[in-house]
Every structure is written in C-alpha cells, then in structure tokens.
Design a protein. Structure first.
Length: 576
C-alpha cells in the first residue's frame, strides 16, 4: 500500500518542488517550534455532551479543572492519570478524563501548574460546522466551475479545454466535464474518485437524516437534490464522461506533468484524457471503480432524479460487461507523463467491489456469483482492513453484507466476524496509545491521517454490525486525534479549531495571496517514511512526530479528496 501511495504522489511532486514559491513552513513540535506550544492537547472542535471526553497533557501536573472560558469558578475537578511513556510520539504524557462533565458551554482545561488550554465547546451538536466545512471543501476543489467559497476564496472556471492524449487511442479536442481536483494538484483520476465517491455515498446511505438538510452554499443549493448529493454528482458527471461507448473507462485526465504553484485558471498546460497506450486503452481499475461508484449512485439518486439514477446504473452495467472481457488491463503512466499513476498490480478487490455494489443495487445473481466465487475461497482466512484506493476489498465485503437480498449467510457471518476482529484490534491499539488514536506504529505512512479516518469508518461499520459501543468510542477518539489531540496540538483540518495547520501542499492555498489556506482540507499527516526534502530534514523521530507544516512537504502535508471523504463519513456519524 505504501508503495502504491509512493507511485501516486512522488512521480510528479519531485519535479514540482522546484516550482514552489518562497517556502512557508512551521515545524510544530517541541524541538523546532518558534512559539511555545500549549501542553494540553484536546479536540479543538469540542465534545458532545454525552460522550467520553479526554485530553492528553504533556507537562508535569497532578490535577486539572474545567473552567468557563470567560472566567469564573471551576465547574469540574479531577486528578490526572499517572505519567507514562507514549511510543508513537516519544512523549511522557498524562490523561485528563472529564467524561463525567457534560454541561454545555465554552470551557478551558486548567492544570494545577498554571497552564490553561484554548477554549473548546461542549454541546449537543459540536461537529456540525466541522461537517459542513470538510464537505464544502469539495466545492473548493471543483474543476470547470466558477468557485466562490466567500472570504476571498474563489476562482473562475478552469481547464475548460482538453484533448485526447496519444495514449488514449483517440486524437483531437475533448470537452472538459468538471470533476474535483484530486489533491494539491489539478489532475483528476477515476480510481481515486471511485473510492472518494463511494465513501461519501455510503455516508449518505448510512446517515441520511444527518446529511439530507446539510446546507453547503453551492451553486445547486435550493434545488430538488440535497446539497450533499448535488456536490457528489459534480464529480460523478465527470467520471461518467470518462466512459467510452464500449463501457471501458479511461484512467485519468491530467496534464503530462504537474504545473507550478499557480491558481487553477492560470494552469495553461493541456488537460489530457490519458489511457494505457495500447489496445484497449482503458484500464480495468478505472472501469470497475466507475461500476462500483455508479451502482451506489443508482441507489442514492433515485428519489431525486430517477433519470440520473438510471443513467448511473446503465453505466455500471456497461462497465461490468467490459471488465468481464478485460479483467486485468493494468495502468502505467505512458512515456512523457509523470502525474499521479494510481497504479495497481492486482484489481481483483476493485472488481469484487463492483460486483457487490451491483448485487446490492439489483439483486441479480450474476453479480452475487461473481463475488461469492472469489470470497468463498477465502473464508478460512478472511481478513478485512480499513479501505483505501489501493485496497477496497473490505468495501466489497460490507456491500455484500448490507445487501439485504438472499445473501449467503455463511459469507455474511464470516464478513461480520472478520470486521469485528479488526475492530477489536483497533480498540486495543487505541487503549495503548497516549493520544487515544487507533494508529499502530506501522500505520504512519503516506496519508496516515486518511488511514486514521478510514480506521474510524471500519469501526463505525463494525458498530452497526455488532453494536459494540467501544467501536464508536474508538472512532471518536480518532476524531479527537485529527482535530487537536495529537503531539503537535494542531488541528489537521484547515481553518478548523484554535490551532489549525497553515501550509498544505495545495496549489490554490500557495498561490492565492491569502494569509490562511483554503478551508476544510485534511493534511496527509505524519509519515515515518518521508519522500520530500522538507520532511526528510526532520531526521529520524518517533512516527507521530514525522510531520512538518510546510507547503513543500508533499509526503506529509498534501491534501487529497480520498482523505477528506472518510473524515466526512466520521463527522456525519457523530451528528446524532
């Protein structure tokens, strides 16, 4: 998985590093920070009234109190835990447990050594604004659209002229159909769009009441389709435009190399539809990725736009049929192209996901048989891991378990058992970590924050399947970690919390001349195996400390649509 991530990110970012403007960086740790860090690390978005509440303290102290942020008498007092070492950060930490305090308001946590935390809220719905911010970030990633988030964050429609790349099997001009800029660059990639759209639409299916009325302030607001689905549809339309008449799907639409750090409308490089370079020119991974995402969309959009839902289902069926005839057409960047590859050596998991989603949508036996023929051979050693663009096997299994048709009970029971086993292991890991997160040391790779969010997705699915409250609590602990309860005391979401990170590897944030980055974007996070000069300069440190707030540090501080998606999923789950 790490190898795949390296292929996707490093290929172009190494060349782009030379095109960076003057570096903007802040190393947020105890050894190199230019400012003194607050030793109380907690969820800066706050805590809901009925949930467990923890902060991690990196200071010598024995007691803590909870006080009104505006001043006044202590409302809660307790002892800190005994000091202990935390391997992931290298810190000596103590835990402040204020789960017994549930009074709504704006508070501070004060230590008996005089240190006081930033203000944080407790209330019935503290994460609504965070959900809106992180989902609205997709509007800020739109291609081919006039974008205006307010506050100076805007750009006109970009990349309106495209062309067929020689590797696509076609030639001439091609109309640009929108979609989302994938990450800190302006490329669009079907494989990563598939897991992103799939994750977001799963959030819709599982947490519809929380998302149906979410107001995003996008151009489609006020229409029949809820804002959440309208935003996802913007990217789905582009994905559908990448499907050929025979059902196959071209892999990506990008320039041949990453552009410099300019605003999207200033990127004058040709936006190419890029294929495999030889017959059949489309890739199996992109094709079955579209099949899976479009099959989910067929379920979600029916009540609001039956014609679009049917279009999605037809596209999914055509893609599936193409993939049956082309089961292993793998993509590699053609000569002269160095943008993200999303290259895979095996697309069996993607094909199983397409089969399971089509079965869930249609109930047709052909799709169940395709899924069962493979998974039934793995029942003696079925293992499920958090999903990611390079491995969607768990999404396939859960889609089957959720299908509601005459699913094979032996398969379903095995899927539930494997999910619970992984969830139990994540809970145990969290219990041993001083900052409460479920990440083991080996998980601090490229996009570790996205991995933490996807671990929460797995935990929340396990919670639905097995009703163990420990799973939801561990998912919430990861939210705390991402929003401030980490060794840097930083919120890894731009413009969220009292101390959000400032310098993502994100072209609009670097080129717009504004003091703060574009809002709602999740940093890739600590990476024990950095691949850029800025992060490599950190040297060897404990894995959580392998992060720097530097726009040039693409291997630790890039943003990506597939990392925001499980965070949106998690935030949707905790709205109630």
């Amino acid at each position: 998985m790490q190898r795949r991530a390296f292929l996707r990110n490093a290929a172009g970012s190494l060349g782009a590093a030379a095109l960076l403007p003057a570096a903007r960086a802040l190393a947020l740790d105890s050894t190199s920070s230019p400012v003194r860090l607050n030793p109380v690390h907690l969820n800066q978005a706050g805590y809901s009234t009925g949930r467990a509440k923890y902060a991690t303290v990196n200071a010598q102290a024995a007691q803590f109190t909870i006080r009104p942020a505006a001043g006044g008498a202590s409302a809660f007092q307790a002892a800190l835990s005994e000091a202990r070492s935390d391997a992931a950060s290298g810190d000596t930490i103590r835990i402040a447990d204020f789960s017994g305090f549930s009074r709504a308001g704006l508070w501070r946590l004060a230590l008996d050594n005089g240190e006081v935390s930033p203000a944080f809220p407790i209330g019935p719905r503290p994460y609504h604004d965070a959900l809106r911010l992180t989902m609205r970030a997709y509007y800020g990633q739109r291609c081919g659209c006039n974008v205006n988030l307010g506050g100076g964050y805007h750009y006109p429609a970009c990349h309106l002229r495209g062309a067929w790349h020689p590797s696509s099997g076609k030639s001439g001009a091609v109309t640009n159909h929108g979609g989302w800029h994938d990450a800190g660059d302006y490329g669009r990639y079907v494989v990563n769009s598939a897991i992103t759209v799939g994750t977001l639409l799963w959030a819709w299916e599982l947490y519809t009441p929380q998302l149906r009325t979410l107001a995003l302030g996008i151009p489609e607001s006020g229409g029949k389709t809820p804002d959440f689905l309208a935003e996802v549809r913007w990217n789905l339309n582009w994905m559908l435009s990448m499907q050929d008449a025979d059902g196959g799907v071209w892999h990506k639409q990008t320039s041949e190399q990453f552009c410099g750090f300019v605003m999207p409308q200033s990127d004058t490089s040709t936006s190419y539809v890029i294929g495999t370079g030889s017959t059949p020119y489309k890739s199996t991974g992109a094709t079955v990725g579209l099949a899976a995402a479009a099959a989910i969309a067929a379920r979600c959009y029916g009540p609001y736009d039956a014609a679009f839902a049917q279009r999605c289902l037809s596209a999914a069926r055509k893609a599936w049929t193409w993939a049956l005839s082309h089961p292993a057409v793998l993509f590699r960047n053609p000569p002269g192209v160095s943008t993200g590859g999303y290259e895979q050596n095996d697309v069996t998991d993607d094909t199983l996901w397409a089969a399971a989603e089509l079965y869930r949508t249609t109930g047709e036996s052909q799709y169940e048989q395709a899924f069962g023929a493979v998974v039934s051979t793995r029942l003696g050693n079925l293992a499920l891991t958090p999903p990611g663009w390079g491995n969607v096997f768990s999404m396939a299994c859960w889609a089957y378990a959720y299908s509601g048709h005459n699913a094979d009970s032996q398969l379903t029971d095995a899927i539930v058992k494997a999910t619970v086993e992984t969830a139990d292991a994540l809970v145990r890991t969290a219990q041993g970590n001083g900052y409460g997160q479920t990440l083991a040391a080996a998980a601090y790779n490229w996009g570790s924050n996205g991995e933490a969010a996807n671990q929460s997705l797995l935990l929340l699915v396990a919670y639905q399947l097995a009703s163990n409250p420990a799973y939801k609590a561990a998912a919430l602990a990861n939210l705390d970690y991402l929003l401030g309860r980490n060794c840097f005391g930083v919120s890894w979401v731009t413009q969220l919390g009292s101390n959000p990170f400032q310098h993502p590897h994100h072209r609009p944030s670097a080129a717009d001349g504004l003091p703060a980055p574009w809002p709602g974007l999740l940093s890739g996070g600590p990476n024990a195996h950095p691949a850029d000069p800025a992060a490599n300069a950190l040297g060897q440190r404990p894995p959580m400390r392998m992060w720097i707030d530097d726009q040039g540090a693409y291997s630790v501080n890039e943003v990506a649509i597939n990392w925001n998606a499980p965070l949106v999923f998690l935030l949707a789950a905790v709205q109630s």
